[in-house]
Design a protein around this ligand. Sequence first.
Ligand code: SF4
Length: 363
Amino acid sequence: MSECSCPAEDISSRLLAWYRDAGRALPWRNTRDPYCIWLSEIMLQQTTVEAVIPYYERFLANFSSVAALAAAPLDSVLDLWAGLGYYSRARNLHKAARMVVEDFCGEFPADLAELQRLPGIGRSTAGAIRSIAFDLPGPILDGNVRRVLCRLHAVTTDPRASATEKQLWQRAESLTSVSRPHDYAQAIMDLGATLCTPRQPRCPLCPLRAHCQAFAQSLQGDIPVRHKKPPVPKRAQVVLLLEDQRGARLVRKRPYDGMLGGLWEFPAAPVEAGETTTAVISRLLATLGVCSAPEPVGVVKHVYSHFALTCTVFRCRVSLLPQVAKEEDRQWVPPTELAALALHGAHQKVLKLVTEKTEKDKM
Ligand code: SF4
């Protein structure tokens, strides 16, 4: 990493001057309430501002304070989170709300180490909350800031490598404004989101252009260095949409302690190596005690962070309710209520596919 040729204060003051005129107007910027700032920061992890805004507003309409969120059942939180993805964030949100109420008397801490004790809050999110909610210096190194710093200092090593990451944190700390941490945090995040974008950064408009070593060397397109991702493992499953005479569909709730815990899904079974789809659907029908012939509907694909899933979808109409629906974690849900159910992302796609097929069949 090459040395910075200009004082951190100059970079910081240029950034703040730019932010005064060009900063984004976002719903969570009308408040200093740590609860709202925390909520927005958790929602924004790996999610775009556009996707977050309606969820943020719905959450606040339903849970107006950290105490209200802590008092709510986890299922209500998961229902409101449905569709936003990365559901461990919702579970951690709920756990953290309970910790704030129980361990911090309902007040968010301003201390970085204490903030990081709360589930779902890492070093960068703690820095963002401390800066934005409390106006106290807290370094940030989220994806946007990492990209800006890599370009500013022409970092040509993998930014995720531990030695580079350590240096980037030092850069982040030295740039963080001591006099205006609230504005600085939002300014550097906005610069990364609006000008120093992953592709085609808008350098002619950038307030840091004069100091940017990547710009000086025409390296913006090559920095940050993209590390090669290993191929994503593939998995397959058969999904069965059982429909009763009223059009209600059978769903089951996933165990709380596993992946996508607490979310709903249609009955499904994995396709193991060497198995045919026909064998798996027969096994699934037998498990559910269903004798009717399944009708193929189509295929949906869904990519998780650590594997790619292919769902082969069948539907089956049943006149008698299979006994399995009486088990605690399963229930028949009328079509009008399915949209509001916290189905996980892959099975939301399954529902969309089946709904479209049903509409097409009617035409
Ligand atoms: S000059 Fe370009 S590459 Fe450098 S920080 Fe600004 S937008 Fe990013």
